[in-house]
Ligand binder design. Structure first.
Ligand code: PLP
Length: 439
């Protein structure tokens, strides 16, 4: 069957919905090519303008990407349920793609569940479990973050989406790290914001890049102060001061700090927030209590926090009180400080073991903080395929990058020392120019 025979419709809306249905039904999958405008127009006997309008609708909804010489593709992570045809992972491959925490380093649930107040929370009760926001405010204050205004949302991405929606309109520009977490890039794209990338090194965002990005009329900037995903970067004190100087020159810009890994980052908290009038620090529990216990506490200026809270009250209404109580119990328990410090140490040791192993083999890699390291490579697909053939799955950097050079992301969360040595051997081998062409 020719590529486009499953696509039907005589109007732009019908064609767009036929492609969307094809995605649900598995006739096409993320990353697949779609016909060119002309091919599809000929096949459906409609005008090219009709097909172009259908593609425009799908592009705005984040369902398709690209055009120009690479052609139009189904988006890699379309915001709709789909029957993705997963690449078969090699039998017995060790999966280092996930970004997940090590389940054995997450806190045990049973004691915290027993500590929950069984009284039902009904409509009309406050949005927040007061003890949780009080605790969170104490944590923020201990880290030098103004915590007069604090609210609770359903994770880092939920918080970021809410902040941007309250301050920005579709078509507004948002400055973002390059490379960055694909979940954030996808979210910005489907929200119809225009992404303006800035580069970073191990000390944080590059000041001249940030300044250039903000000059391009950015309305907001999203920064990961520690455990930058994928590079593991941390903003140094000196870099922080330079960045604050720049932010002060752009007082209209909303600063969003994404502290998604919190206390298991392995480095102290740092913030630029004192330099912004409109700002929020979003601290998620995903990585240290587990993704299923995802809540985030958010500190910010009065306008930002009250807008987020007010809008949330109309739709999602509140984050389950049971979840807030659980997060509080697991995070504030007297033993939790020790447990979190231990988890941070274990992750740091796994990261360092792999970085040292790679350095000993002449492979340069980055990762000062968090659950991942980033290895610059020449050809991502050559390296990922060579590693797959050796029994390792890693994430190609493509989905993280906007204009930055290629790399691969390796999640170190569960990597034991012997595994790190074996993986370092495999990666050094995969990157050797003689290994299946230049890598
Ligand atoms: C940079 C970054 N932000 C946000 C998230 C997701 O956080 P949450 O699950 O709290 O939305 C992740 C998850 O890995 C991440 O890497």
């Amino acid at each position: 069957m020719p590529l486009h025979k499953w696509i039907a419709g005589a109007t732009a809306a019908a064609i767009a919905s036929s492609i969307e249905q094809g995605l649900h039904r598995g006739r096409t999958a993320p990353g697949d090519p779609l016909p060119t405008v002309r091919e599809l127009a000929d096949g459906l006997e409609v005008s090219p303008a009709t097909v172009a309008a259908a593609y425009k609708v799908l592009r705005h909804r984040g369902l398709i990407s690209g055009h120009g010489r690479r052609g139009t593709l189904v988006a890699r992570r379309p915001p709709t349920p789909h029957s993705a045809r997963h690449e078969p992972s090699p039998t017995g491959a060790i999966d280092l793609t996930t970004g997940n925490p090590d389940p054995s380093l997450l806190p045990p649930l049973a004691p915290a569940l027993a500590a929950i107040d069984p009284e039902p929370r009904l409509y009309g009760t406050p949005q927040h479990v007061r003890a949780f926001t009080t605790f969170a405010a104490g944590e923020f204050e201990a880290d030098g973050i103004d915590a007069r205004f604090v609210t609770v949302v359903s994770g880092a991405l939920d918080g970021i989406e809410r902040i941007l929606r309250e301050h920005l309109r579709p078509g507004d520009h948002v400055a973002v790290e390059d490379p960055a977490f694909p979940g954030l890039l996808d979210l910005l794209k489907v929200s119809a914001f225009i992404v303006v990338p800035f580069g970073l090194d191990d000390q944080g965002p590059l000041p001249e890049d940030v300044e250039a990005a903000l000059r391009r009329k950015c309305h907001a900037i999203v920064i990961t102060p520690r455990a930058q995903n994928p590079t593991g970067g941390v903003i140094s004190e000196r870099r922080g001061r330079e960045l604050q100087r720049i932010l002060r020159a752009f007082p209209g810009v909303v600063l969003v700090e994404n502290d998604y890994a919190g206390p298991i980052s392995g480095v102290p908290s740092m913030t630029l927030s004192a330099a912004a009038e409109r700002w929020a620090v979003v601290r998620s529990t995903s990585k240290f209590l587990g993704p299923d216990l995802r809540v985030a506490v958010m500190a910010g200026d009065e306008v930002t926090i009250s807008r987020v809270q007010g809008r949330q009250a109309l739709g999602a209404r509140w984050v389950s009180g049971i979840l807030q109580q659980l997060a509080l119990a697991l995070w504030s328990d007297p033993s939790s400080g020790r447990r979190l410090a231990r988890a941070a140490d274990v992750y740091a040791q796994r990261r360092t073991t792999l970085l040292d192993g790679l350095a000993a083999r002449g492979v340069e890699a980055r990762g000062r903080s968090g659950l991942n390291i980033w290895v610059p490579v020449r050809e991502e697909s050559v390296v990922t395929q060579a590693l797959a053939a050796r029994g390792w799955a890693v994430a190609a950097g493509e989905r993280f990058r906007i204009a930055s050079p290629p790399g691969i992301r390796v999640t170190i969360a569960t990597l034991s020392s012997p595994e790190a040595e074996r993986f370092a051997d495999a990666l050094a081998d995969a990157m050797r120019p003689s290994s299946r062409g230049a890598a």
